[in-house]
Design a binder for this molecule. Structure first.
Ligand code: PMP
Ligand code: GLN
Length: 381
C-alpha cells in the first residue's frame, strides 16, 4: 500500500543511527546523549520501594501530587518563583512529550514557529504534524547567541511561537540576561507564545548561571517551560519530564497530554519526588559534577588535532575537525570516526542550511575511564 507520508523528510534520528553504528563497530559511544554511569542508589531504592508498595497502576493524569509539589519547591529554590503545583505543573513522559503536547495544543494550520538552528530534532516534526511551518533562523556563528535583529525581522502576523533552548544542545551556549532582555522586548505587545526547552537547566559551567524564562514574569506568562529528569538524575531511560506553564496554557497542554500518554510511569514519579526533597544537593552540585568531566575531556583533548573552546553548558562538547580532514562532510567524518573507535554526532543534521564549519559533537556524560580511552584514540587521529 502506498502511504503519502505526513513527514516525508523525516528518517531515523541521528541518535539512533550513531548509537547503532557505535554498537556495530564496537566503538566508544560519545554520540547519543546519555550517561554510561548509573543514577543515584537512593533514587533506585525508592523506585524499588514504590514498586513493592504496589504503585503500579496509573498515576494521576497531571502527575503524582508529591512530584508536582517537589517540582514547585525545586523551582522556587532555583529561580525564586513558586509555580502552582495543581494548575501550572504537568508531569510528562520525557521532555519530548511535553514539547510535542505544547506544540500540538496551540499550533494550527498556517501558523509559523521560529526555531533557531542548530535546532533539536523533535521540534520541526511536531510543528509540521500540526499544520504549522518551522521558520529556521541561524544562531549567531561563533558563540551561538540569539540573533535578535534577524528575529525582529522574521516576526510577522503568522508567528505563533518561538522556541528557544538553553543551555543549548548541541552548542552548549547558555542564554545571557541581555539576550533574555532582547527577547522580552521583541515579544512585548504580541500574542506570540514561547516554548523554552530547559532540559539542561542544571548543567552550566564557569561559575555562570542558568537564566530560566521562569525568572521573567513577562516571558513566563506566555511560556511553556520544559525540563527533563533524564538529564538531571542520569535516568534518560525513564522518560520523565515536565512542563511549567501558566494555568491557561497548562490547561490546553493537558488536553493533549491526556490523549497522548494520559500519564507517566508511576513508581518513578514517587521516587523522584522523594529524592528531590531529600537530596537537593544532587541538582545543586550537578554543575560541578559535569564541569569536572568537561575539564577532564578537554584537557585530554588538548593534545589532539581537534580545535575547540570549552562548552559553557550541557554535557556536549563541539569540536572542529578541519585540521584532520577538510574534505569529508561531518556525516562522513562521524561515520569514519566511529570506525576508528569513537562515535560522535554530526551537527549539520540540526540545520536547514548546514554550516561551513566542520563540527562534530561529543557527549562527555561518561565515566572518567571512558573519556580517557576515547581521548587516547582521538589524540592519535
Ligand atoms: N530537548 C533537548 C534539547 C534534548 O537534548 C533532549 C534530549 N534528550 C530533549 C529535549 C528530550 O528529553 P527527554 O529525553 O526527557 O524526552
Ligand atoms: N537528546 C539526546 C541527544 O541530544 C538524544 C535523545 C534521543 O535519542 N532521542 O543526544
Amino acid at each position: 500500500m502506498h502511504i503519502d507520508s505526513k513527514l516525508p523528510k523525516v528518517g531515523t534520528t541521528i541518535f539512533t543511527r550513531m548509537s547503532q553504528l557505535a554498537a556495530e563497530k564496537n566503538a566508544i559511544n560519545l554520540s547519543q546523549g546519555f550517561p554510561d554511569f548509573d543514577s543515584p542508589r537512593e533514587l533506585l531504592e525508592r523506585v524499588n520501594f514504590y514498586l513493592q508498595q504496589g504503585l503500579n497502576q496509573y498515576a494521576p493524569m497531571t502527575g503524582a501530587p508529591s512530584l508536582r509539589q517537589a517540582i514547585a519547591e525545586k523551582t522556587q529554590r532555583c529561580y525564586d518563583v513558586l509555580p502552582d503545583a495543581e494548575s501550572e505543573i504537568t508531569v510528562t513522559s520525557g521532555a519530548t512529550e511535553a514539547i510535542f503536547a505544547a506544540i500540538s495544543a496551540v499550533i494550527r494550520q498556517g501558523d509559523e514557529v521560529i526555531v533557531f538552528d542548530p535546532a533539536y530534532d523533535s521540534y520541526e516534526p511536531a510543528i509540521e504534524l500540526n499544520g504549522g511551518t518551522a521558520v529556521h533562523l541561524q544562531l549567531n556563528s561563533g558563540d551561538f547567541s540569539l540573533p535578535l535583529d534577524t528575529l525582529a525581522q522574521a516576526i510577522n502576523t503568522r508567528t505563533r511561537m518561538v522556541i528557544i533552548n538553553s543551555p543549548h544542545n548541541p552548542s552548549g551556549a547558555v542564554l545571557s540576561e541581555t539576550e533574555l532582555d532582547g527577547l522580552e522586548k521583541l515579544l512585548a505587545g504580541t500574542e506570540i507564545l514561547l516554548l523554552s526547552d530547559e532540559v539542561y537547566e542544571h548543567i552550566y559551567f564557569n561559575g555562570s548561571q542558568h537564566h530560566s524564562v521562569l525568572t521573567r514574569p513577562a516571558l513566563a506568562s506566555r511560556s511553556f517551560v520544559v525540563s527533563s529528569f533524564g538529564k538531571t538524575l542520569h535516568t534518560t531511560g525513564w522518560k520523565l519530564g515536565y512542563c511549567v506553564a501558566p494555568e491557561a496554557l497548562s490547561k490546553e497542554l493537558r488536553k493533549v497530554h491526556q490523549y497522548l500518554t494520559f500519564s507517566s510511569v508511576h513508581p518513578m514519579q514517587c521516587a523522584v519526588a522523594d529524592y528531590l526533597q531529600t537530596h537537593p544537593e544532587h541538582y545543586l552540585q550537578l554543575p560541578a559534577f559535569y564541569e569536572a568531566k568537561r575539564d577532564l575531556f578537554c584537557s585530554l583533548m588538548q593534545k589532539s588535532r581537534f580545535k575547540f573552546s570549552t562548552t559553557a553548558g550541557t554535557y556536549f562538547q563541539l569540536m572542529d575537525y578541519s585540521a584532520i580532514d577538510d574534505q569529508k562532510s561531518d556525516i562522513e567524518f562521524a561515520d569514519w570516526l566511529t570506525e576508528q573507535g569513537v562515535a560522535a554526532i554530526p551537527i549539520s543534521v540540526f540545520y536547514q542550511q548546514p554550516p561551513a564549519q566542520k563540527l562534530i559533537r561529543f557527549c562527555f556524560a561518561k565515566e572518567d575511564n571512558t573519556l580517557e580511552k576515547a581521548a587516547e584514540i582521538l589524540c592519535k587521529i
